[in-house]
Design a protein around this ligand. Structure first.
Ligand SMILES: C[S@@+](CC[C@H](N)C(=O)[O-])C[C@H]1O[C@@H](n2cnc3c(N)ncnc32)[C@H](O)[C@@H]1O
Length: 274
């Protein structure tokens, strides 16, 4: 057996231990990024080999939590890719306007900025009171931050400019209060979103969603897991529901591609056929 194959056995054994102990299954995460992240954790834990992580993770939940933090890349920002939000305002809002009530699911929402970004645009379009917004992630620490709706003010100038580029019509500061180095979103926005734990690998369908947004999550999955999660979304979406992926993600290579019309290739916005 080659050394690289032995290293793969080590990683498989580590992932199996994690699945059995904590019920998190990473076996279908893209191998190259998984290896990079395991290496990152090894350096932080001052260990040399993946097998040394096994007893640490099995007996110490804190080490597992650090593993999870290393793996769930929670990088996000307000109005990330403004042209995506502008596209939603222009091509999806006019359809949502025709519904008396609609449901939106942000899957893999990290610390929640994406959900607050959309809630503000819905409010400006007079649609927020018709929307039920669910925002989910498998990282409980991120979900706790999202629920609080308090963020560092460090990037506020970028947020303001991205808000305007996304079709924002007012002053971004109308939606939060300043708290020294932080901003806190208004209660009306916080109340409009239900933040919850949901693991795309093992948890079930979220029923009857008119719009599903899952950006910058598929890049961490292998092809089989991507197909599995796309099926989950397909089952969760209403007939003629919208599906939005990140700009590096596509349904083009999936079995489901013929069930969707492409609304925007560059922003990966699709609409389920009737
Ligand atoms: C890079 S962030 C993307 C955040 C946001 N959607 C955006 O585009 O700005 C990826 C998120 O996917 C989440 N994630 C990864 N695997 C997941 C899974 N199996 N179930 C739910 N969330 C997952 C991570 O915890 C992380 O918060």
């Amino acid at each position: 057996m080659e050394l690289t194959e032995i290293a793969d056995v080590e990683i498989d054994t580590l992932l199996d231990a994690i699945r059995r102990r904590y019920d998190y299954d990473f076996s279908q995460y893209a191998r190259s990024s998984l290896k990079r992240r395991i290496n990152g954790l090894l350096i932080k834990e001052r260990l040399d080999m993946p097998y040394q992580l096994i007893p640490r993770i099995l007996y110490d939940e804190e080490v597992f939590n650090r593993f999870l933090s290393e793996l769930s890349v929670t990088v996000t920002e307000m109005y990330r890719d403004p042209e995506f939000f502008l596209d939603i305002v222009k091509s999806i809002f006019p359809v949502l306007e025709t519904y008396p009530y609609f449901k939106i699911w942000h899957a893999g929402c990290a610390t929640g900025e994406e959900a607050y970004s959309l809630a503000i645009l819905l409010k400006e379009a007079g649609l927020l009171n018709r929307a039920k917004i669910y925002a989910t992630d498998y990282n409980n620490k991120s979900i706790d931050i999202a629920k609080q709706g308090i963020y560092s003010a460090e990037n506020i100038e970028l947020s303001k400019s991205s808000y305007l580029k996304s079709g924002g019509k007012h002053d971004f500061s109308d939606y939060y209060t300043d708290h020294f180095e932080a901003i806190k979103f208004n209660d009306e926005l916080k109340k409009s979103i239900t933040f919850a734990y949901h693991n795309l690998v093992k948890d079930g369908v979220f029923g009857e969603m008119n719009l599903i947004i899952c950006r910058n999550v598929f890049i961490y999955f292998d092809k089989e897991l991507q197909d599995y999660v796309l099926n989950l979304f397909n089952e969760s979406a209403t007939s003629k529901g919208f599906l939005c992926l990140g700009n590096k993600e596509t349904i083009r290579f999936s079995m489901l591609k013929d069930k969707y019309n492409i609304l925007s290739e560059s922003n990966s916005i699709y609409r389920k056929k009737a």
